[in-house]
Ligand binder design. Structure first.
Ligand SMILES: [Zn+2]
Length: 466
């Protein structure tokens, strides 16, 4: 008995001793060489051996598709330049980066058929809400310009097109030197403008102010304003290029009367204005666009310069900054009868054998305005649309836009003489808009070109019945 206990004790001691030696080896002696290895060797190796998933548009365009390459798999880009900002150019950027685990199969999203069929289970597919034709049309419209296009379906908040210009070719981004050339380009081709670039929103803020005023439903909404061409607001002088005379809210909005709009916000007051921006989620980031996004900026409405800051905020030229997505989201809210949603870009994740594993949808952020207010703003958009339609007819454009709503404006850039940012927001078709489109062009002398591009894109999307 004693001999057996002694044998057990000796064996246990030997085991513990051995374990100590092994541990000491890995943790002390071999540690430096281990930490020098790339942190995720397994992940990278697997990513090379497993057939990666595809990224496809809602209409089936493969914008990223796996191809056999030396020692494993690589990606082929379909229409690389139109989709560059969405796909990214390596496994750290764009959707390739965001969905790396899903696309490489690392997330374990495959099913048993895939496990049986292939030695290393393949990655899953990512299906976008983006429509291939709409995206290519948007990218084509922006050629030769700097700016962006964002089109969202009203019914569910799905992004149909999100194009940014200038773009780049992900195929010529294979060495660090090549990436460096594109990354340091002063025209910022890597920037995904719809969600990342902060612009002076200009007259978009007047539309926001009009909605706030209508929503209060009080006397301010029915008041007539007097524009003599200039108005003293505290220490600041607000000027109109012409004296608009006596104007109502619709006149002020559609005829771009700066004096009346700032008088209106002054009558609303900073607290009501700020509460309204909060309800609209106007300054929020684009959380469901998957790609990086910026939050909006607003001057302090309650400091010693609060009154002037509010007037400045309403004109949207000096201190306010919004992404095109934030402006789009405001008009989308009006088209949706007052409900705010976060537009979304990825529709589904599918297994290699085509089974839907995950479905995404737009998040509702609650109601910002009453249905009646939203309807009134849509009526004003329609009246605006008539103005731009007649401008298009003058240009020899004969297509019928069928009661499209539109708003367009231009914001001067104080640093670039005579140049600025042109904005167009359009809705089609009337009376129940199904698409809201925002187009931004940078460094242009006025909004004419933007109107032409924006309205023809809207017309094209409207006909696609997306
Ligand atoms: Zn005026």
């Amino acid at each position: 008995m004693r001999a057996r206990i002694e044998a057990w004790a000796a064996a246990t001691l030997c085991f513990v001793g051995l374990a100590l030696v092994v541990q000491a080896y890995w943790q002390v002696i071999a540690a430096p060489s281990l930490t020098a290895l790339p942190w995720d060797t397994h992940k990278r190796l697997r990513a090379k051996l497993a057939r990666p998933g595809r990224v496809i548009t809602r209409d089936g365009v493969e914008i990223l598709a796996p191809v056999r390459a030396e020692g494993g798999w690589a990606y082929r880009y379909g229409a690389p330049e139109a989709f560059a900002h969405l796909t990214g150019y390596d496994e750290q950027t764009g959707l390739r980066g965001k969905f790396f685990d899903v696309l490489s199969g690392e997330a374990g999203c495959g099913d048993w058929r895939a496990w049986l069929m292939e030695p290393v289970p393949p990655g899953c597919d990512v299906v976008l809400t983006v429509d291939g034709r709409a995206q290519e049309a948007a990218a084509e419209a922006l050629k030769g310009y700097r700016g962006c296009v964002l089109a969202v379906r009203v019914g569910d908040g799905a992004v149909l097109a999100a194009a940014s210009a200038p773009t780049y070719n992900p195929l010529s981004m294979s060495t660090p030197e090549e990436v460096d050339v594109v990354a340091t380009d002063p025209h910022e081709p890597l920037l995904f403008r719809p969600t990342q670039k902060l612009y002076a929103p200009g007259w978009a803020m007047a539309w926001v102010t009009a909605a706030a005023t209508v929503e209060t439903g009080g006397e301010v909404a029915r008041r007539r304003w007097q524009c003599d061409g200039a108005w003293q607001c505290g220490r600041m002088t607000v000027r109109c290029p012409v004296a608009h005379g006596r104007v109502s809210l619709p006149d002020a909005l559609l005829r771009h009367c700066r004096v009346a709009m700032t008088q209106m916000s002054d009558a609303l007051g900073p607290q009501a204005f700020r509460n309204f921006l909060k309800a609209l989620h106007l300054l929020d980031q684009a959380s469901d666009m998957v790609l990086p996004s910026a939050a909006g900026r607003m001057p302090d409405l309650f400091d010693w310069r609060g009154r002037e800051n509010l007037a400045d905020a309403v004109l949207g030229e000096r201190f306010v900054r919004l992404t095109p997505l934030a402006v789009e989201r405001f008009f989308l809210t009006m088209a949706r009868g007052g409900e705010v949603v976060q537009p979304y870009l990825v529709a589904q994740v599918k297994s290699p054998s085509g089974h839907v594993l995950q479905v995404f949808q737009a998040k509702s952020l609650g109601r910002a305005v009453r249905q009646e207010t939203a309807a009134e703003i849509l009526e004003l958009m329609k009246a605006g649309g008539e103005i731009y339609k007649s401008a298009m007819v003058e240009l020899g454009w004969s297509q019928d836009l069928g009661g499209t709503g539109a708003a367009a404006w231009w914001v001067p850039d104080p640093e670039k003489h005579g140049l600025g940012t042109a904005w167009v927001v359009g809705m089609a078709p009337a009376p129940q808009p199904q698409i809201v489109l925002t187009l931004v062009l940078e460094d242009v002398p006025d909004e004419k070109m933007a109107v032409e591009l924006g309205m023809s894109l809207l017309n094209y999307l409207g006909r696609m019945a997306v």
